[in-house]
Ligand binder design. Structure first.
Ligand SMILES: CSC[C@H]1O[C@H](OP(=O)(O)O)[C@H](O)[C@@H]1O
Length: 369
C-alpha cells in the first residue's frame, strides 16, 4: 500500500508509469502487489474481477478508467459509450453511478480537446473527496465507541462486530465502518473487533483482518454464523458495517449476511450502525427490497475457497459435494427499521433524518453540478 501521511492509500496515479495504480486485492493478504491500469477496459476488468472492490473505490477506479479512455477518443459517442460500459461492471454499489455522473456532468459541456485532462482532475478530486469524507466518518463515529466505552461496565474493552471489508481497502483511505474503529484505537480506547469471515469471498478474514493487524487493532476472526451467539452472550457492544447503496428511507444494501446480523442485533438490543459517505445514498430509490439491484456472482465463489497450501502456494479447493450447483447473491438489503444509525461525513443520523443530507452537495458536486 502507498503510505499516505500517517495512513494508507488503495489507489493512486502513477505519473512515472502513466497510469492509475491499485492494490491487487485478489492477492491479499498473502502477497502485496499492485496492478497498473492504463485503459477503461483494464479498469472495468479490475472492477468485475474484484481486483479492486468496495463501493467508493470501484467508483473512483471507474472515474480513472473514463479519464484513460478519453486520452484516445474524447468524442461524445466515446464518452457516453465508455461511461456506460464502466457503469455496467457491477450493479449494486451506487457509488459507481455517482462517480460517473459527477464526471459526465462536467465533461459533457467541454470540447473533446479539454476532456482528457479534465477527466483526470475529476478522478483525482473524487479520490481526495473520498479521503476527506471517510476521515469525517471516523470522527463522527468515534463518539459511538466512546459511549460504549463509558458504558462498558466490567468489560475491559469495547467489542465491535463488523461484516465484510469496509476499511481503507474498500475506499481510498480510512474506510467507512473501520474509520471510527481506527479513530478510537488511535485515541487509546481499548477496542476489539469481531471480524466476520464473510463468506463466500472472505473479505473479512482476508482483508479486514489484514487491515486491523497492520494497524495493531486487536481482533478475532469468527465464522459468519457466530455473530448472533456472540450478541446473545453480551460480547458485542455495537455493530459497525459499510454499505453499497442506501435508499432515501434508509434501506441498506451491503454484503450478503448483513441483514442476518441486523436481525440478531435487533433481537439482542445491540446497536446496528451503518457507516457511509453520502455518495452511497441513492436519492432515486425508496424501497430497497424492491428497487436495489442485487449482484449475482458465479456460484464457483461459493463452491471453492482460495488459500495457501503447505508449500505457500495459493490454491483454490472445492468445498462442496461434486456436481452440486450454488447460488451466490453478493448483497442483501437491511430494512431501515433494523438500522440504529447512519454514520456519515456530516454526523450520525437516525434513518428518519437521512433526508436532511439530500440538499447538501459533496465537494465534487459543488464544484461542477
Ligand atoms: C465501504 S464500501 C464496502 C462494502 O463493499 C463490499 O462489497 P464488495 O467487497 O463486494 O465490493 C461490502 O459490501 C462492504 O460493506
Amino acid at each position: 500500500m502507498k503510505i499516505h501521511g500517517t495512513h494508507y492509500r488503495s489507489i493512486w496515479w502513477d505519473a512515472a508509469a502513466d497510469g492509475v495504480r491499485v492494490i491487487n486485492q485478489l492477492a491479499l493478504p498473502f502477497a502485496l502487489d499492485t496492478v497498473l491500469i492504463r485503459s477503461a477496459d483494464q479498469a472495468a476488468h479490475a472492477i468485475r474481477t474484484m481486483t479492486v472492490r468496495g463501493a467508493p473505490l470501484i467508483g473512483i477506479t471507474a472515474a480513472y478508467g473514463l479519464a484513460l479512455a478519453l486520452r484516445h477518443d474524447a468524442s461524445d459517442p466515446a464518452l457516453e459509450q465508455t461511461a456506460h460500459g464502466l457503469l455496467a461492471t457491477r450493479p449494486t454499489a451506487v457509488n459507481l453511478r455517482y462517480a460517473i455522473e459527477v464526471a459526465l456532468a462536467q465533461l459533457r459541456p467541454l470540447s473533446p480537446a479539454q476532456r482528457a485532462t479534465a477527466a483526470l482532475e475529476i478522478a483525482a478530486q473524487l479520490a481526495d473527496e473520498d479521503v476527506a469524507l471517510c476521515h469525517a466518518i471516523g470522527q463522527h463515529g468515534l463518539p459511538l465507541i466512546e459511549a460504549a466505552w463509558a458504558n462498558r461496565g466490567t468489560r475491559e474493552r469495547v467489542n465491535i462486530l463488523t461484516h465484510c471489508n469496509a476499511g481503507w481497502l474498500a475506499t481510498v483511505d480510512w474506510g467507512t465502518a473501520l474509520a471510527p474503529i481506527y479513530a478510537a484505537h488511535d485515541q487509546g480506547i481499548p477496542v476489539h473487533v469481531w471480524v466476520d469471515e464473510t463468506r463466500p469471498r472472505n473479505q473479512g478474514a482476508l482483508l479486514t483482518a489484514l487491515e486491523l493487524g497492520w494497524h495493531g487493532v486487536p481482533h478475532t476472526v469468527v465464522a459468519d454464523n457466530a455473530g448472533g451467539h456472540l450478541m446473545q452472550r453480551g460480547d458485542v457492544g455495537l455493530c459497525l458495517v459499510g454499505a453499497d447503496r442506501v435508499t432515501t428511507r434508509g434501506d441498506t444494501a451491503n454484503k450478503i449476511g448483513t441483514y442476518l446480523k441486523a436481525l440478531a442485533a435487533f433481537d439482542n438490543g445491540v446497536g446496528f450502525h451503518v457507516a457511509l459517505p453520502s455518495p452511497t445514498i441513492d436519492w432515486r430509490m425508496d424501497d430497497g427490497l424492491r428497487e436495489i439491484p442485487i449482484e449475482e456472482r458465479s456460484g464457483d465463489e461459493v463452491l471453492t475457497v482460495q488459500g495457501l497450501d503447505a508449500q505457500n502456494t495459493l490454491r483454490s479447493v472445492r468445498v462442496a459435494a461434486p456436481g452440486s450447483p450454488a447460488a451466490n447473491p453478493a448483497f442483501d438489503v437491511t430494512p431501515a427499521r433494523l438500522v440504529t444509525s447512519f454514520v456519515t461525513e456530516r454526523g450520525v443520523l437516525e434513518p428518519h433524518a437521512l433526508h436532511t443530507l439530500r440538499r447538501q452537495k459533496t465537494p465534487a458536486q459543488k464544484t461542477h453540478i
